[in-house]
Design a protein around this ligand. Sequence first.
Ligand SMILES: Nc1nc2c(ncn2[C@@H]2O[C@H](COP(=O)(O)OP(=O)(O)OP(=O)(O)O)[C@@H](O)[C@H]2O)c(=O)[nH]1
Ligand SMILES: [Mg+2]
Length: 443
Amino acid sequence: MLDKLKEGLQNAVNRLVGAPTVDEKEIKEFVKDIQRSLLPSDVNLKIVIEVCDRIQKRALEEKPPPGLPRKDHIVKILYEEFARILGEEGKLDLPTNRPNVILLIGIQGSGKTTTVGKLSRLLVKKGYRVGVVAADTFRPGAITQLKTLCSSINVPVFSIDGEENSVKVAKAGVESFKAQNSNIIIVDTAGRHKEEKGLLDEMKQISKAVTPDMSFLVIDGTIGQAALAQASAFHSAVPVGGIIITKLDGAAKGGGALAAAAATGARIYFIGTGERIDDLEIFSPTRFVGRLLGMGDLQGLLDRAKELEQVADEKQIKRMMSGKLTMNDFMLQIESVNKMGSLRKILESLPGFSQMNVDSKNIEETEIKLPYWRAMIQAMTPDEREEPDVLNSQRIKRIARGTGVADRDVKELLNRYKQAKSMMKASKGREFRQMMRQMGAQK
Ligand SMILES: Nc1nc2c(ncn2[C@@H]2O[C@H](COP(=O)(O)OP(=O)(O)OP(=O)(O)O)[C@@H](O)[C@H]2O)c(=O)[nH]1
Ligand SMILES: [Mg+2]
């Protein structure tokens, strides 16, 4: 599916990953590669330009979270921007305790009848009682095609032989299945007509007669960006609730059809990926893009990025922002910083610390003192850690003795703690979150 596009994108990613350095020139090359892969799949030029601009801008301007290599960050941006052009994920809500009427519309040959079969199969597997209404009275053989398809999956078909009025058939069929206690009723409609207006009028009437819970527009993926005009035309006649794109297997222009369909604002719910009854997939923009870019690697990358971006514990942050820093919080900071290795680099990048004018001598000292501080904090009682203000000179003595340091060492720790606490109070929200993110980066 979309092999050419996949190949082009994966080549672009591989080149980026293989590049010795990622500078502006390399990023621009990368974006050009992306552009070149998108165009042959008939993605609308405006969309291509927009998405490439966004990728380039973000790749040049955004700083990756600490710990995430720049290249990985750029792949993540690519992934996010692609998922964005494919729109939101559609969630089909089909309650089991009442009949849900689903109407399928679309031009001739788009794949409606085949999709009725596939969709029935999928919903039967989920335990729904499905009935299908043959409301294509225009094309000879339409009823037989539907009956053959549905008999293979044991789904009943309602039809009226010789009846030309499709609205009548649709209405009678829906009523019949409601009476039989079906909870999914799928209506197959005609795609052939003398003229487009006639088709749209008929759809409008059927829709009015059966008041569907969901109207799916079925679009042939091989038409590429022409999907936009088609979707708009149908939408003006019948409110389209969702889109199904068929024939994505081997459709070179499938990417264009998907992007165009999403551009209408309607959600894509399913994609058809073959002629067989099982070739229907629930569509998820993120999963789809994941597959395009090669999911294996991507999932690992996304997990890692998420981990790195994770802000410590929300509760802890709220508490600290209110100025209530416990000794445990402080220790967590020290531990995190220690785990991160080179303390200097980190401290220098923290807005709070740079405000405190930490010079490098000071940082080196802190590095040496860390293990002692940890030991002192461990020598405190839980209550003392919770509320360090209770530490009077007697308690300080006890801690110093227990740790094998001088009283003034404990006092110094307490001073540092107080500094950190007032810094928390002063730094409101943004800076602090950024700092915590860095602190927690190697957790
Ligand atoms: N490869 C492939 N072929 C498909 C897919 N979906 C439908 N087709 C084929 O497309 C052709 C038309 O499908 P139909 O389901 O009859 O289309 P329709 O919209 O009902 O057509 P009309 O009833 O004439 O309006 C058939 O040959 C199907 O096998 C798909 O996802 N992949
Ligand atoms: Mg049909």
